[in-house]
Ligand binder design. Structure first.
Ligand code: AMP
Ligand code: MG
Length: 390
């Protein structure tokens, strides 16, 4: 892993959460679908920044996963909505491929099956929620039950009317149980959707993505815009906000979602769990199963292993601090920088102390062996020795 903290915050001029979050009086009709709010340059720069952020996202995801494996109850649910061709699939492919696949639970919601139809509309949603430690991604969601269902009048008005409040209550209950909920709506323009559908017809390798129903849905464009407007007005809460993304430029939508997911994870601040066992005890037990040669090799590698971990951790902390400062009004002061430097030094010093104790323990274990190799001088460094190779 090499977190390039020098990359900083790319060309974001503001935190996209502040620019894209649905606020009071949000008007979808006036929303520019080809804009790139908050991003100061273009596509190439966006790709570079996404790569850097991917590393940060991956590290944050691993911490969340570790937390979940050790009794933590937190998870992240990312809801992705949008009309056909808006780029929902691309988001899940590009953004979520930046983290360990075992940490992501992707679910797509299509036309309900016969069994699903026999249950309340939230039944299939509840069953698909991310377990603790996971990032759940919903490609379509319970919002279809106030979108397609409303537009196509699949249930009576007084039935779907009640769902907005019910959805708010449902999401509130998820949040209370430890799930952070963020909702993305990819808003593509009418003309752009036409172009994308035409491309699906032009390319035989894209035919599988086309459905004759897409043109039926397109013919109800205005009704869908109104249904989306109602969703934004009625279900964007402080607890579970909607972010509406201009989606005519796919690279922008992906970039913005990446950034918002990273910022959300930073706010969650997942931590490596504390083990419930004693390191020295387990080390002694493990050493007892190792050959003298392996133990000697492990002793020689200790410094490299521990120092590498300290450096990685410090790089992560720095990258996280820089990312978390995105959108801050006042630049980092000299005093804050100095405080960060002092804190980093303390982390390093603590790590080095641990390293010494570890080396001592291993040396003692090695000394106790009958076939112990000739004692190396105490200060001998482990550097230059091939790791894992003999
Ligand atoms: P796609 O995402 O292209 O595979 O299409 C899935 C289809 O399932 C879309 O046309 C959605 O509108 C439809 N769909 C998803 N959820 C529901 C629902 N609750 N009721 C009816 N149709 C749905
Ligand atoms: Mg489709």
């Amino acid at each position: 892993m090499s977190l390039d903290h020098r990359h900083g915050n790319g060309d974001w001029t503001d935190d996209p959460r502040d620019l894209l979050r649905v606020g009071e009086g949000f008007d979808l009709a006036a929303f520019d679908r080809s804009a790139t709010p908050g991003w100061g340059s273009g596509k190439t720069e966006a790709r570079d920044h996404m790569t850097a952020r991917g590393e940060l996202m991956s590290e944050l995801q691993e911490r969340l996963f570790a937390e979940g494996r050790n009794g933590g109850s937190r998870s992240l649910l990312v809801v992705v909505q949008g009309l056909d061709t808006a780029g929902k699939g691309g988001v899940t492919r590009h953004v979520m491929s930046m983290v360990d696949p075992q940490g992501v639970a992707l679910r797509s919601f299509g036309v309900p099956s016969a069994e699903e139809r026999r249950h309340h509309y939230l039944w299939r949603i509840r069953r698909a929620l991310p377990r603790p430690g996971l990032i759940g991604v919903f490609d379509r969601s319970h919002y279809e039950d106030v979108l397609v269902v409303r537009v196509d009048e699949l249930v009576e008005r007084d039935v779907w009317e009640k769902r907005y409040d019910e959805i708010n209550r449902f999401e509130k209950s998820l949040i209370d149980a430890g799930t952070t909920v963020i909702k993305f709506a990819l808003m593509v323009g009418y003309e752009e959707q036409g172009l994308r559908l035409m491309e699906r017809l032009d390319r035989r390798d894209k035919h599988w993505k086309f459905s004759t129903n897409d043109l039926v849905t397109r013919s109800k464009w205005q009704a869908y815009q109104e249904a989306y407007q109602a969703v934004f007005s009625r279900t964007s809460t402080d607890a579970a906000p909607w972010y509406v993304l201009p989606a005519d430029r796919k690279w922008y939508a992906r970039l913005a979602i990446t950034e918002i997911v990273v910022q959300t994870l930073l706010d969650m601040d997942p931590q490596w769990p504390r083990p419930r066992w004693r390191e020295a005890t387990q080390r002694t037990r493990l050493a007892a199963t190792m050959s003298t040669a392996s133990l000697a090799e492990s002793l020689a590698d200790t410094e490299e292993v521990v120092k590498g971990a300290i450096a990685e951790n410090l790089q992560f902390e720095e990258a996280a601090a820089v990312a978390a400062s995105l959108g801050d009004d006042d630049p980092v002061t000299k005093a804050e920088r100095e405080a960060a430097r002092v804190a980093a030094q303390a982390v390093r010093a603590e790590g080095i102390a641990r390293l010494e104790a570890m080396r001592e323990q291993k040396a003692e274990l090695l000394d106790a062996r009958e076939d112990a190799p000739a004692k190396p001088s105490k200060k001998k460094k482990g550097k230059g020795k091939g790791k894992g190779k003999k």
